[in-house]
Design a protein around this ligand. Structure first.
Ligand code: ZN
Length: 375
């Protein structure tokens, strides 16, 4: 994988980079929409591509359970199966087991878990996680890791970190073995819970594995915002700067700005698409809840100046009508707007880094944007 640093900020660690992947070149910072079951929810892949997105995420846990690896292999891989010709990053499945499986047990061999769909038992080993992702023909594959919640003891955190490291090494071995079948790029994941000594140790271990990229896991898992910021900045200090940095599962505008400032290059989150399905849409002044009474005869677009399909064709009043009547069109239109908002935000961030004014951009954006719903 070819990785080039294009530009570095002088006043922060924000940077612009280029990553050459099997299904095309991407420039960072980049935000990745999440396509859990093979689709980004409530939007066609063509519409996602038309906005400019060239890298989306797929969830191995979901795709492994349904439709299963054999169906995806028979289809010719995940790109062909889902009609997405651009890049796909898949996670290892570990995080979903952590958050969805009704039963899970961490063993040296791997993660033993029960499916949330039909109750069947499975063992996800590091080797299987890599084989599945090679079978998907993922452009970026993630190593199997053990994510932990805040509040555990240091002893428990050490145990989870050490198993994450042993699994990462096994993933690397399997990935090298599978290289002749599919030339994807494996990223290792830094863990260490909320212990700085462990975060540092984990970053150094993953750096030393010398994989194509490095991810930060186990953040934004319920900790307070100042803790998130502190641990993110601290962890980023120790990442090999000549590798892409991927912050997993983070995606509110405030957190994205924080992450890019610390030198994160890539991130993904279901936030933009999930809140859209509940009728919440982004504006530069904060979120709007489309179901509210005050939009009943508001014939303005969601946001003046937004170039998305929704804002060019529909009013707030119409969106409210769709959400109030539970029409499928509501989530569809709101998803288009929210993904366009995120895309445009990241494009603006890129420009601000190019012009070396990222910190000013961040300050200006946050002075207007209120995270909560605007009244
Ligand atoms: Zn719009």
């Amino acid at each position: 994988m070819e990785f080039t640093i294009l530009k570095k900020s002088t006043k922060s660690k924000a940077r612009r980079t280029r990553i050459v992947l099997p299904h095309g070149t991407i420039e960072t910072p980049v935000y990745m929409p999440v396509g859990t079951n093979g689709s980004v929810k409530a939007i066609k892949h063509q519409d996602v591509a038309d906005m400019g997105y060239r890298l989306i995420l797929g969830n191995t846990y979901h795709l492994y359970l349904r439709p299963g690896i054999e169906v995806i292999k028979q289809a010719g891989g995940l790109h062909q199966f889902t009609s997405w010709p651009h890049n796909i990053l898949t996670d290892s499945g570990g995080f979903q087991i952590f958050s969805l499986a009704p039963f899970r047990k961490i063993k040296e061999e791997g993660m033993y878990f029960r499916s949330h769909i039909d109750g069947s038992y499975h063992m996800l080993t590091p080797e299987l996680a890599v084989q599945l992702q090679c079978g998907f023909r993922s452009d970026i594959l993630m190593a199997l890791d053990q994510c932990t919640a805040p509040g555990i003891t240091e002893k428990e955190a050490v145990k989870a970190m050490e198993i994450t490291h042993r699994w990462a090494a096994r993933c690397k071995e399997e990935w090298l073995r599978c290289n002749d079948q599919w030339d994807g790029n494996l990223f290792g994941i830094v863990q260490g819970n909320f212990f700085k000594n462990l975060r540092k140790e984990s970053a150094q271990f993953i750096n030393d594995l010398d994989l194509p990229g490095i991810a930060i896991g186990g953040l934004s898992v319920g900790e307070e915002p100042p803790v998130f910021k502190d641990f993110l900045a601290y962890t980023c200090e120790y990442l090999d700067e000549n590798k892409p940095h991927y912050l997993m599962g983070v995606g509110t505008p405030e957190y994205i700005l924080e992450a890019f400032e610390d030198g994160v290059d890539m991130l993904d989150c279901v936030y933009a698409t999930r809140i859209a399905r509940n009728g919440a849409v982004f504006t530069h002044d904060g979120l709007l809840a489309m179901k509210k009474e005050r939009f009943a005869s508001d014939f303005a677009p969601i946001e003046e100046g937004c170039g998305c399909y929704t804002c060019r064709h529909y009013t707030r009043a119409f969106l409210r009508q769709m959400f109030k009547t539970n029409e499928i069109m509501g989530p569809m239109l709101a998803t288009i707007h929210n993904l366009q908002f995120m895309y445009d935000l990241v494009e603006d961030i890129k420009k601000s880094i190019d012009n070396d004014c990222f910190k000013t951009f961040k300050k200006d954006f946050l002075s207007r944007y209120t995270g909560g719903e605007r009244d």
